[in-house]
Write a protein that binds this ligand. Structure first.
Ligand SMILES: O=C(O)C(=O)C[C@H](O)[C@H](O)COP(=O)(O)O
Length: 214
């Protein structure tokens, strides 16, 4: 397995940081890592995303795997890969983004909702697919897609929290992505990074237990 992908598997949870304030970034990434979440995605609509990716990848070496989220075009993929991103996630399917990632040896994950989109992304060379938005379709949808498409690693994202993460893992997801339910910017603003670590710990515990049960 690709090394970046195996580091995402190890984390089990990919933290989606959208609009993270620059002065909170390293503190939040550290708090997440303390709680076992060692894969972090900074979304491309975050101001200064390339600089933020460079900062976080320079701060942790191999301990934290860093990617770009909400990537809608090849230019954004290339720019952020050059800044140090190791994986690229999209809410939608863009074959030029997948192609660009493969050109530079990076992992790519298009956003998909249907079996047709999932297989199209995988045939285009994606390493895994992000089932998005996950909460509206639920774990049963992921389980049903994994039936005929068991070879495609799936990471449900969008409305995933410690309350439903186990159901997605039990349905066959190899990991989950989470933003709102995982990263509390207000807590970071107050300097309460321990709260972020606690949520991350709970999240990774739930995922590990669901894997052990499966
Ligand atoms: O556009 C993307 O690439 C995304 O990652 C979409 C959402 O920001 C994530 O799905 C996080 O969603 P929540 O966990 O519900 O906050």
């Amino acid at each position: 397995m690709n090394e970046t992908l195996s580091r995402i598997v190890d984390s089990g949870v990919v933290a989606v940081l959208r609009g993270v304030p620059a002065d909170q970034l390293v503190g939040i990434a550290e708090a997440l890592r303390e709680g076992g979440v060692t894969a972090v995605e900074i979304t491309a609509d975050t101001p200064g995303v390339a600089d933020l990716i460079e900062e976080v990848s320079g701060s942790f070496d191999d301990e934290v795997v860093v990617g770009t989220g909400t990537v809608l075009d090849a230019e954004t993929a290339r720019t952020t890969l050059m800044a140090g991103a190791e994986f690229v996630v999209s809410p939608s399917l863009h074959e030029d983004v997948i192609e660009t990632c493969n050109r530079y040896g990076a992992v790519s994950a298009p956003g998909v909702m249907t079996p047709t989109e999932a297989i199209r992304g995988y045939e285009a060379g994606a390493d895994f697919v992000k089932v998005f938005p996950a909460k509206t379709v639920g774990p049963a949808h992921v389980g049903a897609m994994k039936g005929p498409l068991g070879q495609i690693p799936m990471m449900p994202t969008g409305g995933v929290g410690p309350d439903n993460a186990a159901d997605f893992i039990e349905a066959g997801a190899f990991a989950v992505g989470a933003g709102g339910a995982l990263v509390d910017y207000d807590a970071a603003e107050r300097g309460d990074y321990e709260a972020i670590t606690e949520t991350a710990r709970e999240f990774t515990r739930v995922v590990e237990e669901a894997r052990a049960d499966g």
